[in-house]
Design a protein around this ligand. Structure first.
Ligand code: NAD
Ligand code: LMR
Length: 324
């Protein structure tokens, strides 16, 4: 059997952790022929619950699962890690914006970034799910100066999938007919789901819906879907978030010609260098790269700038807090 890939999941005893771990262990993250070793990082009070989840993982007898480690020590959890899913953080409650979590959650990601810097494998890939995801990813990345910045990403794949699903329902087409969907900016209510580059049946999606629906229904429905789920379930999205995390890492490792991911900006599309912002990306040879050369009209420019402006404010706030 090939050497197992070590996948570290923080917040393993939480709702997303519960929806995620079984899919990783079954081979859906990395492929049906890739053995995995799971490392579950939790706070001390939740280690027992993580042990319970590990018992259930054992009970599945997954052929690809070569071992499970459970710890409350980030240095242990990230030691030799090849993939790190940083999920562990407080979710928002009704009435909160994701940015309101910065104070509570920001402090988690500096120490985890340091532990990744010191202990992870050379090929480490990090996906931050815990909110506010983009800025938490920035904190982790800034605390890991020896790891190439491109290895730190944040999750906007859930927004991307939501956008696919809303558009497919509107046009009564299968999601598979939609290509080139893009989420720009922050995983927040300012995000910009872009239908001007998306295509349905080979034609521009924005030309197939009326402008009012695009502005007044599509964009706000996608951007505020997280709040709508919290309102309906009384808890934030979990299975769909876990599914998006699987999609994000799967496509990162195995390749895709177009998806959305928050990656470190190189200045493309006027997004200040260093911010972790969502872009249209492709993955080639295990690296996400920003798709270049798209024309951005005034409507899109205004929305991208608004979301990126919010990211710059969040960066300044965490700087003030001494987190970066
Ligand atoms: P949850 O409260 O069910 O679980 C969080 C877990 O994290 C808990 O078990 C907690 O003990 C653990 N934890 C807290 N601090 C930790 C630390 N320092 N190290 C390790 N573990 C720690 O929450 P959840 O519903 O699983 O959501 C987790 C995070 O993901 C939240 O911040 C939520 O807002 C976010 N989220 C992001 C997206 C996205 O699209 N980016 C989608 C859904 C949820
Ligand atoms: C989501 O988009 O569902 C998550 O980020 C949870 C939230 O707070 O909206």
């Amino acid at each position: 059997m090939a050497t197992p890939v070590k996948v570290t999941v923080t917040g393993a005893a939480g709702q997303i952790g519960y929806a995620l771990l079984f899919r990783i262990a079954s081979g859906q993250l990395l492929g049906a022929d890739v053995p995995v070793k799971l490392s579950l990082l939790e706070i001390p009070q939740a280690v027992k619950a993580a042990e319970g989840t590990a018992m259930e993982l054992d009970d599945c007898a997954f052929p690809l699962l070569s071992g499970i480690e459970i710890t409350d020590d980030a240095n242990v959890a990230f030691s030799g890690a090849n993939v790190a899913l940083l999920v562990g953080a407080m979710p928002r409650k009704a009435g909160m914006e994701r940015g309101d979590l910065l104070g509570a959650n920001g402090g988690i990601f500096g120490p985890q970034g340091k532990a990744i810097n010191e202990h992870a494998a050379d090929d480490i890939r990090v996906l931050v799910v815990g909110n506010p995801a983009n800025t938490n990813a920035l904190i982790a990345q800034q605390n890991a100066p020896d790891v190439p910045a491109e290895r730190f990403t944040a999750m906007t794949r859930l927004d991307h999938n939501r956008a696919l699903s809303q558009l497919a329902a509107k046009l009564q087409v299968p999601v598979t007919e939609i290509k080139k969907m893009t989420i720009w900016g922050n995983h927040s209510a300012t995000q910009y789901p872009d239908l001007f580059h998306a295509e349905v049946g080979g034609k521009v999606a924005a030309d197939q819906v009326d402008g009012e629906w695009l502005r007044e229904t599509f964009i706000p429905t996608v951007a505020k879907r997280g709040a709508a789920i919290i309102e309906a379930r009384g808890a934030s999205s979990a299975a769909s978030a876990a599914n998006a995390a699987i999609d994000h890492v799967h496509d990162w490792v195995n390749g895709t010609d177009w998806t959305s991911a928050a990656v470190v900006s190189d200045g493309s599309y006027g997004v200040p260098e260093g911010l972790i912002s969502s872009f249209p990306v492709r993955s080639v040879d295990g690296r996400y790269e920003i798709i270049q050369g798209l024309e951005i009209d005034a409507f899109s420019r205004e929305r991208i700038d608004a979301s990126v402006g919010e990211l710059a404010e969040e960066r300044d706030a965490v700087r003030e807090l001494g987190l970066i």
